[in-house]
Design a protein around this ligand. Sequence first.
Ligand code: ADP
Ligand code: MG
Length: 223
Amino acid sequence: MLIEIKNIYKIYNEGKESEVRALDGVTLSIDRGEFVAIIGASGSGKSTLLRCVNLLETPTSGEITFHGENILTRKGGAAAYRTKVGMVFQSFNLFNNMSVLDNCTVGQIKVLKKSAAEAKELAMKYLTKVGMAPYINARPRQLSGGQKQRVAIARALATKPAILLADEPTGNLDSKTSQDVLSLMKVTGQKFAQTMVMITHNEEIAQMADRIVRIEDGRIVTR
Ligand code: ADP
Ligand code: MG
């Protein structure tokens, strides 16, 4: 098992009048190479769950293990783990003042300490895979939404993440473009046995995954 999320609770503003129980005992295991979709209505806790898995948020209680090690308690474990998590966002989050290529190398160089040559090689490999190699000198503003998301996917894959987390990756795209981007994620994911967890509120988008997990009011439901 790659990641095991065990009985995670996340309570915002605990003890205050504004208290929100965003995650209410979530348990979920993710295998290497799996493509899991987490589907649920707005406010059901999807982003909170993803933010707990990438450690942007600390669960109120519960355990998350990565290769059997508790990433919440292991000393120095969080920093090492973070470098193994790739993210794709609804809003793309590309650097607008950088070329497509630089967007895909900067994290590798600054965070993963790769050489410029190695970073470029990996960036080109994945940009080619997503069909964006002809655009390496373009700036994000010159690209369509679908193209920007392809670049964001290539950027994430180029860091060779142990797990790729995508929060509503097609939320800003029209339905045809969403299907294209999703197929691309799926095919590329399969090719590289990339473990992926995708959040969506869209039933059709969720169907692309190997497994669908439903979340309602902070709990996983079966139906
Ligand atoms: P989803 O991604 O499924 O729309 P979220 O995880 O963003 O859901 O939110 C789950 C619940 O937690 C919602 O009620 C939301 O208002 C609340 N929430 C999310 N983030 C915060 C925060 N930083 N502080 C307080 N409440 C939050
Ligand atoms: Mg969300």
